[in-house]
Write a new protein. Structure first.
Length: 110
């Protein structure tokens, strides 16, 4: 970078701060989306998911390999898989959920 330029106004903190809840939710979603792409590379993540599905005998019974609703057996499978993935990749469960949904590996009917 050959040079840098900024205006005095760039340092003012007295400007409008009317950020609404929708904006905050959108920013949070964007942060989670970015983190999921950066921290959970597709190839490795899908392989790890497949290994866990095999380990826990998860099969597609018409709703997807990993299906979660209010039934305790489905919630158990969901927490087993997402817990293993979040610990391996050192991310939140929400980031794991986002990535699973992106790849069509999670059907969330809660």
């Amino acid at each position: 970078m050959a040079g840098e330029y900024c205006e005095e106004d760039d340092f003012e903190r007295d400007g409008p701060t009317d950020i609404g809840i929708d904006d905050i939710c959108r920013l949070e979603w964007q942060a989670n989306q970015f983190a999921s792409c950066l921290l959970l590379p597709k190839r490795d993540f899908v392989i790890d998911f497949a290994n866990l599905a095999h380990k826990y005998n998860l099969e597609d019974r018409g709703h997807g390999i990993l299906f979660v609703d209010e039934q305790s057996c489905n919630q158990r499978n969901f927490f087993l898989v997402t817990n293993a993935l979040r610990l391996k990749y050192d991310v939140s469960r929400r980031v794991v959920e986002i990535r699973l949904k992106q790849f069509g590996l999670l059907n969330d009917a809660r």
